[in-house]
Design a protein around this ligand. Structure first.
Ligand code: ZN
Length: 144
């Protein structure tokens, strides 16, 4: 089969297998540690195998790449070729994300999604994390 993806597209595709220990994830972990919280990584017994799990607080932090998870920012551009292919990929990722979040929240977890681009302003993200982590998780909380 001839290679129909450009080099850039292919490397993006490889990178999508929810990268473990990616740069953004490491940076978010550093912030959380800096706030004095303890966490576990990649808990396979939870839906979506969350990046960062704080069992004591009953909180979960996902670190999402803006491109794959379609953040509303400039990093989530859409490749100009093979539109159908990308649309299908993105739709599948978003559907999976939605299901995962819904399942976790139903199980009583507080979930925060940290975006890759938020690391451009680490102090702002740190405050957001601090607010989230110190807030009590209400059981069966249906709020977003
Ligand atoms: Zn973004």
């Amino acid at each position: 089969m001839t290679d129909i993806l450009t080099h850039k597209q292919r490397s993006l595709l490889m990178g999508r297998i929810r990268g473990k220990n990616t740069q953004p994830e490491l940076a978010v972990r550093r912030l959380i540690r800096g706030l004095g919280f303890r966490y576990r990584l990649h808990q396979i017994d939870l839906p979506g195998r969350p990046d960062i799990v704080l069992r004591a607080e009953k909180k979960i932090v996902f670190v999402n790449g803006c491109f794959w998870h379609r953040h509303h920012c400039s990093k989530a551009y859409t490749p100009k070729t093979r539109c159908q292919f990308w649309d299908a990929k993105f739709a599948a990722t978003l559907r999976r994300d939605r299901l995962t979040l819904a399942k976790l929240r139903r199980e009583g977890w507080g979930v925060l999604v940290a975006w890759e681009c938020e690391l451009d302003k680490p102090d702002v993200l740190m405050r957001r994390l601090a607010r989230f982590l110190s807030r009590k998780t209400r059981k069966f909380n249906s709020r977003k």
